[in-house]
Design a binder for this molecule. Structure first.
Ligand code: CO
Length: 157
């Protein structure tokens, strides 16, 4: 597994709409493995393919260590409620803001074995799923922030 370079804010790659994956190939699987290694190294909770320079609809989320969810062509098919919490992004280091997200989401995606599955998440998992899926449409979390955190507030987080 390779540690990939994480694209930083300002690179236009982060603003592109990613294309669907037509079918899972060994290359897709290698990318998923490399993304997981990169996410672990960076101590993040989620990573989307455009953040490593690949314009495909692929992302991973790992809110609890060992509970990795790999999503290919993910779609939010249901959402409920609302939450406002602090959010950051590996592509935007040092910046945090409060976003308004659904409290609960249901997502349909394809796994590395080409099977369709659904995953439901609430709280942090719902937020992470929304954040990563947004990346696939060129949306960065601060686009949706209702308020940015000050340096003092970031230190307290
Ligand atoms: Co992000």
């Amino acid at each position: 597994m390779a540690i990939l370079n994480i694209v930083k804010d300002g690179d236009e790659i982060l603003r592109k709409v990613c294309r669907p994956v037509p079918r899972v190939t060994p290359r897709t699987i290698r990318l998923l493995d490399d993304m997981a290694a990169t996410l672990h190294k960076a101590n993040g909770v989620g990573l989307a393919a455009p953040q490593v320079g690949v314009l495909r609809r692929i992302c991973i989320v790992e809110c609890e260590p060992g509970d990795k969810i790999e999503l290919i062509n993910p779609e939010i098919i249901e959402m409920r409620g609302e939450q406002e919490e602090a959010e950051g992004c590996l592509s935007v280091p040092g910046v945090w803001g409060i976003t308004k997200r659904p409290e609960w989401v249901k997502v349909r995606a394809i796994d590395r074995d080409n099977n369709t599955f659904t995953v439901e998440g609430e709280g942090l998992l719902a937020r992470a799923l929304c954040h990563e899926i947004d990346h696939l449409d060129g949306v960065i979390f601060y686009d949706k922030c209702v308020r940015m955190l000050s340096p003092d507030e970031i230190n307290a987080e």
